[in-house]
Design a protein around this ligand. Sequence first.
Ligand code: ATP
Length: 453
Amino acid sequence: MAVQHDASLMEKIVSLCKRRGFIFPSSEIYGGLNGVWDYGPLGAELKRNLKDHWWRSMTQLRDDVVGMDGAILMNRAVWKASGHEKTFSDPLVDCKTCKGRFREDQLDTSQCKMKPSKTPRTCGGELSPPRQFNLMLKTTIGAMEDDSNATYLRPETAQAIFVQFKSVLEVARKKIPFGIAQIGKAFRNEINPRNYTFRSREFEQMELEFFVKPGTGQEWLEYWKEERIKWYTEIGIPREKIHVHEVPDKDRAFYSQGTYDLEYAFPFGVQELEGVAYRTDYDLKQHQEHSGKSLEYFDEETKQKYIPHVVEPSAGVDRTVLALLCEAYREEEVPDEKGKQETRIVMRFSPRIAPVKVGVFPLLKNKPELVKKTGEVANLLRPHMAIFYDESGAIGRRYRRQDEVGTPFGVTIDFETLEGPQKETVTLRHRDSMKQERIPIAGLVTRLSAAIR
Ligand code: ATP
């Protein structure tokens, strides 16, 4: 599918994210830190809802996956055994003219620092030969800052799962096929962080290592590819926006016997959200060899011992959040309160992952009886979902402010709530259709809880 690169759409999304508190540049008052981002109040909620949904789908709803939460710091021997210390690198080239640094494999999509409309090759600048640049961020542990105390901030969460495979297997009492799921921070010293949060130096991953019998890896690879596509549609990314790229032999990690990249059509191009890889028995074998500890599995039924093979769906939290932001953003022409056409910005998040589920409003703020009743309704809803109480400005403006952050429902308390035939009812307003209906307060929790599940 041809994708239009829409720079102005990206600019609008970045501006909304800052204005409304989804995402801020890290250390902003000191000029920021390239490739590092902070999530504000709404971004933190969105991210948490996304991770909760992944965790629930992977662990709670399945019998064959358990979770774990490994440390970011690990013994350096892990990174030697996994091959990261030697080979987790990108080819770096320097431009002798503009002093820019680029990934050699991304030259065609990079910008010359002096002539931004050109790429580093077409600008006429002289490029150095490529050299391998290791992406792991090094740190030292303890008081001595020498190399013997060095280790790395993990560049992926997977290795903690591999090295704890035996311990988890014993305590979880699972039989193969089974998986271990984990969500956590990962760090990569990317040569060129770009496209907002898409390529960051600190980010979060949601990874599953699924252990299978040798000979069944290909089937499980297909299974997990399909499962993961389904999952994206559950959080509001339409199937047609997900591209499945079968990674050719020459581009795959040498140990992989099959990889699918699940990609999303971002405004800056079709790019990877998640890799689903058949990693064979490479990682467990490496750790068994380097640690001298057996990582074999004993199959009770066949009485065979073997090193399991692994299929890994590895997703990025930040990239998925960015895809959700891009997918949700809409500008719509709608009538304002006086019937005049105006543009409303609305984030059409699926109610399941929307940061705030319901805005709660007294019709007027200077009527104590309305404010009091609204407080009661807010307290009724609060234990069940994230709400936002807002009493300032005209009601239409308050609806618009919630539209802009993607709140799927609004509940307004007015004079009819207090007395008359409609007593104890409220107006329920729907974000997408902007339709309003009258519903009893007594039915609110059940109705809204079902809609956001
Ligand atoms: P890319 O080719 O884009 O650098 P990758 O193939 O190296 O990605 P993996 O090692 O497969 O990525 O990591 C799994 C997932 O982790 C990716 O699909 C992505 O969602 C996320 N991820 C990897 N690197 C970054 C990064 N620098 N910033 C944000 N997310 C990342």
